[in-house]
Structures are given as structure tokens and as C-alpha cells.
Ligand binder design. Structure first.
Ligand code: HEC
Ligand code: HEC
Ligand code: HEC
Ligand code: HEC
Length: 202
């Protein structure tokens, strides 16, 4: 009799542990940004395409430094901002994590600004595989990578780019023609221009 009660009791307590674990799991933590240098360790290698080199010579890598130029100061002054490189109103689009993450506050528009915060996926086995790439990519997405790759990713990619590349920004040119010229067309979004293109599989 006592034995049976013990069994029921222990099944009950296993149940409680499961409920507690489950609720801790569903209160999902948002992964942190790890910074460009972590990605560079592998993505700076020629054998897999050196995406780092392509990025580092693009203006995205320069987006934070841009906030220290005379032009930036002029733009900022008009809306009453004194130090644009220290102001969320500008960092929002000019650096990874929008200026809210100390670690990547001045790296510019880095890998993770477009591919998602890397804390949970940056290790090889959490996002890459030379054997089953599709599954590796799926796993990466479940760990916080943004689903912006390939044809299936076009919609998400468009939203991502236009989050920053939109008309309503303090640095948008006043001139209508210039504004038009700077608008990101869907064709640029779908097929990155050569100075931004950093593919792996083509
Ligand atoms: C330990 C090495 C390593 C690190 C660190 C690393 N990667 Fe990768 N990553 C790879 C390799 C190798 C591949 C290619 C595998 C293949 O050929 O499919 C890859 C593939 C990718 C892909 C293609 C999609 C996919 O899931 O296959 C993206 C996007 C990517 N990495 C982004 C990043 C970003 C962003 C970081 C930093 C936060 C990062 N990687 C850090 C090795 C690494
Ligand atoms: C909503 C996103 C967003 C915000 C907020 C933002 N920027 Fe920009 N900024 C951009 C984008 C996108 C570009 C690149 C546009 C292009 O070249 O097509 C840019 C470009 C610039 C440039 C280069 C402009 C040029 O004409 O060469 C400067 C300078 C600049 N921003 C300063 C600022 C300052 C200062 C602030 C804060 C007061 C700010 N930005 C806030 C998105 C933003
Ligand atoms: C401005 C946004 C942006 C930034 C910044 C960026 N990427 Fe990408 N990346 C993309 C897009 C969009 C694609 C998909 C291109 C395609 O599918 O044609 C891509 C593709 C890739 C791929 C190839 C995936 C494949 O399936 O072929 C890898 C690897 C990668 N990026 C790694 C990086 C790394 C590492 C960095 C930083 C050094 C970085 N990216 C910075 C937007 C970005
Ligand atoms: C986090 C905000 C952000 C995101 C996301 C973003 N950009 Fe940008 N982009 C910028 C800023 C800021 C600049 C201006 C950098 C500078 O010149 O200082 C810029 C510059 C550019 C330029 C001019 C590049 C050059 O080297 O002359 C192009 C083209 C561009 N972005 C395309 C894209 C595309 C395509 C995507 C989506 C795959 C994208 N961007 C995503 C913020 C962003």
C-alpha cells in the first residue's frame, strides 16, 4: 500500500518538475548579439567566400562612423540632437542592435543586423553543415537567425531592409529626385548589388 502511494507521489512530482521546466522554456529569452568578430573567425576565410571582407568594404560597415561626420552633425542639429553617435534616434539604424547592445554599439550595420542575433546559432553545429544545409538553416532559424535567404526569404528580406531604408528618417534627403534615387528597389533587395553581394552557395 505504502509502495503504491510512493509511486503515485513520485509520478506526481515528476509532473510538477516537467510543468516548471516547460514554463521556464516557454518564457523565451531573446538571444544576444555577439558581434562581427565572432562571425569573422570563419566567414573571414576565403574557402567559404570571405563574406567578412565584402561586408567590411561596404558602407554598412561604415554606418556608425558616418554619425561622426560634419553632415551627420548638421542633420542631428536640425532635430535638436547633439551627439548623433551616442543617440538612439540615430543608432537605431546605424548599428547592430539599434544602439541598445553595448557589445555591438559601434560596429555599424553588421552581420547580425541582417542575419539576427547570433548568441544561440553562431557555433558551426547550430547553423551550418556541409552535408545537410537545409536542415542546418532550419535549425539556425529556430535559434534566432532571420529567414532572409534565397527566394523563400524575399518577403522577410524586404521587411528587414525597409526597416532602415525608409523615407521617414532624419537623414532622408530633402530633394525629391535624390530621395527617389536612394529608395531601395525590390530588384536591389532581391539581388544584392555587386558591392554588397556575399553569397556562399553560388
Ligand atoms: C565556427 C565557424 C563559424 C562561425 C563562428 C560562424 N559561421 Fe556561419 N557558417 C559557417 C560555415 C562553414 C557555413 C557554411 C556551411 C555550408 O557550406 O553550407 C556557414 C553558413 C552560414 C550562413 C548560411 C545559412 C546557413 O545556415 O547555412 C549564414 C547566414 C551564416 N553562416 C551567418 C553567420 C553569422 C551571422 C555568424 C556570426 C554571428 C556566423 N555565421 C558564425 C561557419 C561559421
Ligand atoms: C530609420 C533609419 C534611420 C535613422 C533613424 C537614421 N538613419 Fe541615417 N541613414 C539611414 C539609411 C538607410 C542611410 C543610407 C541611405 C542611402 O545611402 O541610400 C542613411 C544615411 C545617413 C547619412 C549619409 C547621408 C548622405 O547623404 O550621404 C548620414 C550622414 C546619416 N544617415 C545621419 C543620420 C543621423 C545624424 C541620424 C539621427 C539624427 C540618422 N542618420 C538616423 C537610415 C537611418
Ligand atoms: C545588409 C544586410 C546584410 C549584412 C550586413 C550581412 N548580410 Fe549576409 N546576407 C544578406 C542577404 C540578403 C543574403 C542572401 C543573399 C541571397 O540569398 O541571394 C545574405 C547571405 C549570406 C550568406 C550566404 C547564405 C547562402 O545561403 O548562400 C552568408 C554565409 C552570410 N550572408 C554571412 C554574412 C556575414 C558573416 C556577414 C557579416 C560579415 C553578413 N552576412 C552581413 C544580408 C546581409
Ligand atoms: C539596421 C539598418 C539597416 C538594415 C537592416 C539595412 N541597411 Fe542598408 N544601409 C543602412 C545605413 C545606415 C546605410 C548608410 C551607411 C553609410 O553610408 O554610412 C546603408 C547603406 C546601404 C546601401 C548603400 C551601400 C553602399 O555601400 O554604397 C545599400 C545599397 C543598402 N544599404 C542596401 C541594403 C539592403 C539590400 C538591405 C537588406 C538586405 C539593407 N541595406 C539593410 C542601414 C541598414
Amino acid at each position: 500500500m505504502a509502495g503504491k502511494r510512493l509511486i503515485i507521489l513520485s509520478i506526481f512530482s515528476v509532473g510538477i518538475v516537467l510543468v516548471v521546466l516547460n514554463s521556464a522554456y516557454s518564457r523565451r529569452r531573446i538571444p544576444e548579439y555577439v558581434g562581427v568578430d565572432v562571425c569573422k573567425k570563419c566567414h573571414g576565410m576565403e574557402s567559404i567566400g570571405n563574406q567578412y571582407k565584402i561586408w567590411s568594404t561596404s558602407n554598412h560597415a561604415n554606418a556608425f562612423m558616418r554619425l561622426k561626420t560634419t553632415k551627420a552633425l548638421e542633420i542631428a542639429q536640425k532635430i535638436g540632437v547633439e551627439a548623433p553617435h551616442a543617440e538612439l534616434q540615430c543608432l537605431k539604424c546605424h548599428t547592430t542592435g539599434g544602439g541598445k547592445s553595448e557589445r555591438v554599439k559601434n560596429e555599424g550595420v553588421g552581420c547580425e543586423a541582417c542575419h539576427g542575433p547570433g548568441e544561440d546559432y553562431f557555433e558551426f553545429s547550430n547553423h551550418a553543415s556541409f552535408i545537410d544545409r537545409e536542415n542546418a538553416y532550419r535549425k539556425a532559424i529556430s535559434l534566432g537567425m532571420y529567414p532572409i535567404l534565397g527566394v523563400e526569404g524575399i518577403k522577410a528580406r524586404e521587411r528587414l531592409c525597409k526597416n532602415c531604408h525608409r523615407d521617414e528618417r532624419p537623414c532622408s534627403p530633402a530633394d525629391i529626385e535624390e530621395k527617389k534615387r536612394r529608395e531601395l528597389s525590390l530588384s536591389i533587395i532581391a539581388d544584392l548589388p555587386s558591392k554588397l553581394r556575399h553569397p556562399l552557395r553560388r
